[in-house]
Design a protein around this ligand. Structure first.
Ligand code: G6P
Length: 442
């Protein structure tokens, strides 16, 4: 890697790409990205060109010798890559809108990565990521796969269990956002705050918080119980926590936990929002339209601040810090999705977990936390079962497994309901779920 790094970004036409470019520019001195290949599919061609041209302008303005390549040929791009990042959305935002709208008809949470929406996003995504894994094996076997594609936990689980790729890390911006939110509540700089993260993707808890090396957990729990500090992200309602619950549970939940601990209120809000302004995907569709209009401006050569209206804040920090630490063997601590290897005692060793790791050139080394507190252990295990069964359904196209996965999911209250939702969503997403519609040979 001494001659500089080759990075391939699959789903390069994403509106988030300028985040990534900004991150690589900022770190160029220690992370010399020589080639960045942005890859997309035919349907994303126009977006790829717009975003790619903005990327080229950003790099030119920064004066760094990073070549930006745009292509629809994934295999061509992958040859000899050092890192492959994935950030694609099968079926684009239209598919996400269906994931959000259809469950609501059944009075069930409709969300990008949780409940039926999460299941179907996984069913659409996993076969594609496994195809990418095969290409990586053949064309750049030494590359690290850094996955951002949601549902990131389920996708990491699928890669670990159903591909030959071992060098995979799943990434999310939620832990960074939590650390920032905690620092804000403590009124200190985030650099002084350390959080012991453990759990699963979008189901991660802060088990302990340290300020300058001293535990301040009691103070943070107290702060989180105050509605003023209800941490959330742009895409999730900031409904405040019941103070007695937060004080009782004794760990810090992430924004997504609201779907599980406040299901009724979140559902009510989703219904209201869907009727008033549209579901999150529909809001994001409008936001994206505006963003791409901005990106087209030939005078724009920085990441526009409007991108901050999306939920992916700090996404570039998460990705670039991880790549930087692997490349430079920094051995710093970052929360990532990786093979558990015994770090969380209540989860199988070979399952994907989101946990603090020491990031080395050989990859993330998870830091042991022992058992999760009994108050949260059951939910985490239940979601892990959901993720595993869902990944199996995605790989095999086994209808029964899809129904089972959704029945296990705590956001769906009955097997009959699960089946009804699966039936309607399979039909709605038919074109992206060929594994469920295989013709039986006569
Ligand atoms: C957060 C989550 C991501 C998710 C995003 C949605 O960043 O961690 O996994 O994709 O929010 O944001 P959006 O603006 O698309 O609703």
């Amino acid at each position: 890697m001494s001659k500089g790094i080759k990075i391939v970004t699959i789903g390069g036409g994403s509106s988030y790409t300028p985040e990534l470019i900004e991150g690589f520019i900022k770190r160029y001195d220690e992370l010399p990205v020589r080639e960045l290949w942005l890859v997309d599919i035919e349907a994303g061609k126009e977006k790829l060109e717009i975003v790619g041209n903005l990327a080229k302008r950003m790099v030119a303005k920064a004066g760094v010798p990073m070549e930006i390549h745009l292509t629809l040929d994934r295999r061509e791009a992958l040859k000899g890559a050092d890192f492959v990042t994935t950030q694609f959305r099968v079926g684009l935002l239209d598919a996400r809108a269906k994931d959000e709208r259809i469950p609501l008809k059944y009075n069930v949470i409709g969300q990008e990565t949780n409940g039926p929406g999460g299941l179907f996003k996984g069913l659409r995504t996993i076969p594609i990521i496994l195809d990418i894994c095969k290409d990586i094996e053949e064309l750049c076997p030494n590359a690290w796969l850094i996955n951002f594609t949601n549902p990131a936990g389920m996708v990491t689980e699928a890669v670990l269990r159903h591909s030959n790729i071992k060098k995979v890390v799943g990434l999310c911006n939620v832990p960074i956002g939590m650390r920032m939110g905690i620092a804000k509540a403590l009124k200190v700089e985030p650099e002084r705050v350390h959080v012991d993260f453990a759990g699963l993707n979008h189901m991660v808890y802060g088990l302990n918080v340290y300020l300058d090396g001293v535990s301040v957990m009691d103070q943070v729990i107290e702060a989180m119980a105050d509605p003023e500090n209800a941490m959330t992200m742009k895409n999730i309602s900031g409904l405040s926590w019941e103070p007695d619950f937060i004080k009782g549970v004794g760990v810090i939940p992430c924004g997504y936990h609201r779907y599980y601990y406040k299901t009724g209120e979140m559902l009510e809000e989703e219904h209201e929002k869907a009727a008033a302004e549209g579901t999150r995907a529909e809001v994001v569709q409008a936001l994206e339209k505006d963003l791409f209009e901005l990106y087209k401006d030939p005078n724009l050569d920085i990441k526009p601040p409007q991108l901050e209206k999306r939920g992916g804040a700090y996404y570039s920090d998460a990705a670039c810090n991880l790549i930087n630490s692997i490349y430079n063997d920094k051995r710093d601590i970052q929360p990532v999705n990786t093979r558990n290897n015994g770090a969380i005692a209540s989860i199988e060793d070979d399952s994907a977990v989101e946990v603090n790791c020491i990031i080395t050139k050989e990859g993330p080394k998870p830091i042991a936390v022992g058992d999760l507190p009994v108050a949260v252990r059951g939910l985490v295990q239940q979601i892990k079962s959901f993720e595993r069964v869902a990944a199996e359904a995605a790989v095999t196209g086994d209808y029964k497994k899809a129904v089972l996965a959704l029945t296990i999911n705590p956001l769906v209250q009955s097997d009959k309901l699960a089946k009804q939702i699966v039936d309607e969503m399979l039909e709605a997403h038919k074109e992206h779920l060929p594994q469920f519609f295989k013709k039986v040979e006569a």
